[in-house]
Write a protein that binds this ligand. Structure first.
Ligand code: SF4
Length: 138
């Protein structure tokens, strides 16, 4: 019988998502190409940690959102896929925003990055609201 991994706590999931979101916004909201996204999702779909709800059992993130961001990386050790941009990237391709800059308005970034980032931000907000509802927070 396969042993199911222990799921991260709600607090850990929110922290992980907040950390990933902050880095994504800080780097200018760089989105993966369709090929990069599909490559990551193929790896996740064959991973024993992916749940039926498409969440990673290690970090708790919703992978159809997380895998679309160039700044994110697999939660496993060793990593099954890597960040393409930012401080965790093995071979960074672009660093769109000065890494020292902390005065970025997420709304501006989403406007620059276009509709796909806005769509992902919407999914992200819905997931955060679901988490808040589950934990009884408004
Ligand atoms: S992020 Fe890594 S550990 Fe999580 S489901 Fe994807 S491949 Fe598996």
């Amino acid at each position: 019988m396969t042993k199911k991994p222990k799921k991260p706590s709600l607090i850990t999931m929110v922290k992980n998502f907040a950390k990933d979101s902050a880095q994504f916004i800080k780097q200018g909201a760089p989105m993966c190409s369709t090929e990069e996204f599909e490559e990551r999702m193929t790896i996740c779909k064959s991973c024993e940690h992916l749940t039926e709800e498409d969440k990673c059992g290690l970090c708790g993130c919703f992978m159809p959102v997380k895998a679309g961001w160039k700044t994110t990386e697999c939660a496993d050790n060793p990593k099954r896929w890597h960040a393409l941009v930012g401080p965790n990237a093995e071979n960074p391709t672009v660093d769109l925003v000065d890494s020292e800059s902390k005065d970025i308005n997420p709304d501006d970034v989403l406007t620059i990055s276009g509709q796909s980032a806005v769509s992902l931000a919407k999914i992200q907000r819905e997931n955060i609201n679901k988490l808040k509802t589950k934990s009884g927070k408004k």
